[in-house]
Every structure is written in C-alpha cells, then in structure tokens.
Design a protein around this ligand. Structure first.
Ligand SMILES: [Zn+2]
Length: 109
C-alpha cells in the first residue's frame, strides 16, 4: 500500500482522519486520531502516529515557526478588521458626500 495516499483509517466508532499536530512537542507531525475526539467521552480514543518522531532540528525550529505564524495570523486578523472598519467609513463618507451634494445643489438661490 502506498502510505502517502492514506487519508484516514477506520476505527471502532467511525474513522480516524490524518491530522497534523501543532504542539511544541510534535510540530508538524501527522497522526491518525479518532474523528469524534473532542476531549469528551463518547469516542473510541484511537490515536496513532503516522510520521516518525520529529528530527532534532525540526524540534528546534518548529515551535519558533509556529509562534511566528500565530503572531502573523493575529496581525492579519487585526488588519482584516481594520479594512472592514475603513470600508464602512468609506461607505458612510460617500453617503454623506452625496447628501451634502444634493443639499447644496437643491437649495434655491
Ligand atoms: Zn473513534
């Protein structure tokens, strides 16, 4: 079997999709985990690593890259929010401009 084609394995309760760990201990390491896993009961608890243990260099660099990625993601979210606010303000300014234009040119002289 070609392992890289494997997307999930079947378990007792359903299937366990191939997921990627983003923890500091296992950065980028893939595993099969119960699809019903949500930290609660009512799951079979299936868990199996797909990739071998992360190499020492990956352990050193992975967490740093993930922290950087999280920081960039936060910055991106903030920028997206700013763009939304600016779009609303731009829309409002256009409405105000049109209203002022109508008032200015409809005033009798
Ligand atoms: Zn399960």
């Amino acid at each position: 079997m070609e392992e890289w084609r494997l997307k999930s394995v079947y378990t007792v309760c359903r299937s366990a999709p191939l997921k990627t760990s983003w923890t500091d201990a296992n950065p980028g390491r893939r595993f099969f985990g119960c699809a019903k896993y949500d930290g609660k009961a009512n799951q079979c608890g299936f868990f199996e690593w797909f990739d071998p243990r992360t190499c020492p260099r990956g352990m050193e660099v992975g967490p740093h890259l993930m922290k950087k990625n999280k920081a960039l993601q936060s910055e991106l979210d903030l920028q997206k929010h700013t763009v939304k606010v600016l779009k609303v303000m731009l829309g409002a300014s256009w409405v105000a401009l049109i209203v002022m234009g109508v008032l200015l040119f409809s005033t009798p002289k």
